[in-house]
Structure formats: structure tokens, C-alpha cells
Design a protein around this ligand. Structure first.
Ligand SMILES: O=C(O)C1=C[C@@H](OP(=O)(O)O)[C@@H](O)[C@H](O)C1
Ligand SMILES: C=C(OP(=O)(O)O)C(=O)O
Length: 417
């Protein structure tokens, strides 16, 4: 991929059906549950991207056997008995929040020492809540760098029981604890010490656990065992937001197949936001379609449940006929970059009146100037800002290769529009 990519404006309204690659979040949950199930599971519709390769490497380091067929998007995973496995050495979670936050509690099941580390970007993201939680349930935790950050070493086995963890920084801490819970001798009962963000991701966690034979009751998981499963992964709903956004701003229509009303992913609700803005949305059991009505109004919306689509909305909001206010997402300052600061800075670079708020941002519509956007090594900056280029000549994306974190073929797929 070039160092800078020029986005070609569309010459006519988009009219397309797309199927994004598998969900990152579901892929990484299914890989972990399969790795903790005795026997062989078969996963289909798997995402092959940097974040999921990180999880494949992590579960292999725990001792699971991972056999991939990238062409077919399938993975066969033969799981381990954690109690009979010693520590996993060092795991490189790369830039992946899910891999790192999910693998720490799983590594704490092993009677041995595992070091979890990641790329510089991940080392800057918070880990204190999960490290504290693991100490509460009997694991040894050494912070090898700054307290509350990676790298960290965990030594199990954790006995489980009652644990307290915060919910306002990331839901991934809770999801990771729940997935390891059934393999702790006392099971696990989690109490949240602060309001939970990204709630649909926890519902996704319990749904994937259920597919592998474990039932979560509230935030309590009894001691038990996973069962291997044949598991089909849905297309990625956060990835779908870019194509749905493209329909809304180019006056066209896009159908995303494989993402129906029953999706496990909260981010399918991005279509509801576009509907509130004036787009027409239709849903079937297996698809969602966004059709432009020619009208696009600004919206005032809390995106705490679907924050991975906030940057998509920022790009779409530029082309509305009134301002958009996004609330409830102060915690996205701790993602791949400070996403509130980054998206506001870049829109301002294009001459758009964008304002940073403590818990979100406000975008005033305008006519973007030709701009070379910075992307902050954040895949969602690159994918979101590219939408502006569908309507505006002279838009360039720096470091387009950063999309490899979750969607290596993004720019190829965007070009098919
Ligand atoms: O559990 C998950 O799969 C995820 C949860 C969300 O993170 P937070 O809970 O940190 O908001 C989301 O942003 C991330 O891309 C994936
Ligand atoms: C925040 C993200 O990823 P993660 O937290 O899993 O690194 C994302 O994909 O936007």
C-alpha cells in the first residue's frame, strides 16, 4: 500500500451490496472460547486481520492448536485444559485491545507465569482494572512497566469467586473475566464499581459463551466447562458502518448482507442513527439497507453503546444540513488514539467547524477543502475520513495500511463502490 492514498470521488450515487469480513469482536471471542473447550471447534466466517492474528497467536501460546484456512475464512481450534498447562511464556497482543484484555484472565487460569505485552500503542492503553481484578481472585500480577499498563506478568491459577471491576473505561475487562470465569474453581461473580460502557459487547460475550456451552446468569458464571462447537461468525458491523455512511452521503443505497435484525453486534444500530438523520433503512433477517432520501439532518446522539462508529458519524455529519452532537464517549480518548481529539483536529484541517467536548464532539456541516488527513495509526480514522473523499476532490489518507488492524482489504472494497 502507498504511504498516502488519494480517494477518488464517486461520479454517481453509490448502489451496491457488500459483505464486510468477519466480526473482529466475535472472531476473538470464538477463538478464545474454542481454545478453552476440550476438543476441536470449527469457526467459519473468521476475520483474518492483525487483531485476530494476535488472538490466534495468543491462544496458540496458551497451548491450543490453531489450523487456519485463510482462503476459506475458517479456523479449526483444538482447546486445552488450562489446569494441566503451564505458563505460556510471552504473548504479543500487538495493537489489539480485545486480545490483551481477554487473554490476561485466560492466562491466569494456568498454573504458571505468562507475560502479556503489545505494541507501543497498546502499552499506552489502560490495563489497571483487569490487573487489579486478577489479584483479587488469587492470581499473581507483576507490572513490568508502569503500574496499570503493559507489559504485565500473570501467575495462576486464579481461584475465582467474587471480583470487582470498573465499567467506565472499557467493557473488555468485564468480557475477559467472564470468559475465563467458568474455568475457575469457584466460578466467578463480577460486581461493577462504575457504569458500564459498550454494553452490547458484554451481551455479545455471553452469547458467544452460550454457543460454547456456558451460561452466564447476570454477571455470575458457575464453575463448569466449555464445549467445542461449529460456529459461524457474522460480518463486522463496525466495518459495515463505512458503507452505510457512504450511501447516506452520496445520495445512493447500500445493502450489507449477513447482518440482520438478530445480529450480536451493537454496531448494527449505526443504521438507526442514519435513519434518525433522514435516511431510509430497511432490515431483513439477513441484511440491512440504507437508502438516501436526499435529506440528511444533524442529530444529537449518545454513542456510548456503539462508539466504534462515532468517527464514521463525524464524517457523515459534515454533509448534513444542521449540526451533529455526539455524547457519552469520553472513554474513546483511550482507544488506538484519542479519537475525539483526532477526529476534531482532522476535520478542522479540512476547514470544517468541529468542536471537542469532554464527552464527545460537535460537527457543524460545511464544504471540506482538499486535505491530506493524518490517521494516528488508527484504522478507524483512516476508514472514516476516506468517506469525505467520496464527495470531495483532493482527499488523501496518510498511512492507509493502518486499516490492517481490522480490515486489510478496506480500500480495495471501497473502490468497488
Ligand atoms: O469487546 C469488544 O470486542 C470491543 C469492545 C469495545 O471496546 P470498549 O469496551 O473498550 O469500549 C470496542 O470499542 C472494541 O473495538 C471491541
Ligand atoms: C477500539 C478498537 O479495538 P480494540 O479495543 O479491540 O483494540 C477498535 O477496533 O476500534
Amino acid at each position: 500500500m502507498p504511504d498516502v492514498l488519494a480517494v477518488a470521488p464517486l461520479t454517481k450515487p453509490v448502489d451496491a451490496t457488500v459483505r464486510p469480513p468477519g466480526s473482529k469482536s466475535i472472531t476473538n471471542r470464538a477463538l478464545l472460547c474454542a481454545a478453552l473447550a476440550p476438543g476441536t471447534s470449527t469457526l467459519t466466517g473468521v476475520l483474518f486481520a492483525d487483531d485476530t492474528r494476535a488472538m490466534m497467536g495468543a491462544v496458540a501460546a496458551l497451548g491450543a492448536t490453531v489450523v487456519t484456512d485463510e482462503q476459506a475464512c475458517t479456523v479449526a481450534v483444538t482447546g486445552i485444559d488450562p489446569a494441566a498447562t503451564t505458563g505460556a511464556g510471552t504473548i504479543d497482543a500487538r495493537q489489539s485491545g480485545t486480545t490483551s484484555r481477554f487473554i490476561l484472565p485466560a492466562a491466569a487460569l494456568l498454573p504458571g507465569r505468562t507475560v502479556v505485552d503489545g505494541a507501543e500503542q497498546l502499552r499506552a492503553r489502560p490495563f489497571g482494572p483487569v490487573l487489579d481484578a486478577l489479584r483479587q481472585i488469587g492470581a499473581g500480577v507483576d507490572e513490568l512497566g508502569a503500574p496499570g499498563f503493559l507489559p504485565a506478568a500473570v501467575t495462576g491459577p486464579a481461584h475465582g469467586g467474587h471480583v470487582e471491576v470498573s465499567g467506565h473505561i472499557s467493557s473488555q475487562f468485564l468480557s475477559g473475566l467472564l470468559m475465563a470465569g467458568p474455568l475457575m474453581p469457584r466460578g466467578l461473580t463480577v460486581a461493577l464499581t462504575s457504569p458500564l460502557v459498550s454494553v452490547p459487547y458484554v451481551e455479545m460475550t455471553t452469547a458467544v459463551m452460550a454457543a460454547f456451552g456456558v451460561t452466564v446468569d447476570g454477571l455470575a458464571v458457575p464453575a463448569g466447562a466449555y464445549r467445542p462447537a461449529a460456529y459461524a461468525i457474522e460480518p463486522d458491523a463496525s466495518a459495515a458502518s463505512y458503507f452505510l455512511g457512504a450511501a447516506a452521503i452520496t445520495g445512493g443505497q447500500v445493502t450489507v448482507s449477513g447482518l440482520g435484525a438478530e445480529s450480536l453486534q451493537g454496531d448494527v444500530r449505526f443504521a438507526d442513527v442514519l435513519e434518525r438523520m433522514g435516511a431510509s433503512v430497511s432490515r431483513t433477517a439477513d441484511s440491512v439497507t440504507v437508502r438516501s432520501t436526499g435529506r440528511l439532518h444533524g442529530v444529537d446522539v449518545d454513542m456510548a453503546d456503539i462508539s466504534d462508529t462515532a468517527q464514521t458519524l463525524a464524517a457523515v455529519a459534515v454533509f448534513a444540513d444542521s449540526p451533529t452532537r455526539v455524547r457519552g464517549i469520553g472513554f474513546i480518548r483511550g482507544k488506538e488514539t484519542d479519537r475525539i481529539g483526532a477526529v476534531v483536529t482532522e476535520l478542522r484541517r479540512a476547514g470544517i467547524d468541529a468542536v471537542e467536548d469532554p464527552d464527545g464532539f460537535t460537527i457543524h456541516p460545511g464544504a471540506p477543502q482538499p486535505t491530506r488527513f493524518a490517521t494516528y495509526d488508527d484504522h478507524r480514522m483512516a476508514m472514516s475520513l476516506s468517506l469525505i473523499g467520496l464527495r470531495t476532490p483532493g482527499i488523501e489518507i496518510t498511512d492507509p495500511a493502518c486499516v490492517a488492524k481490522t480490515y486489510p482489504a478496506y480500500f480495495t472494497d471501497l473502490a468497488t463502490l
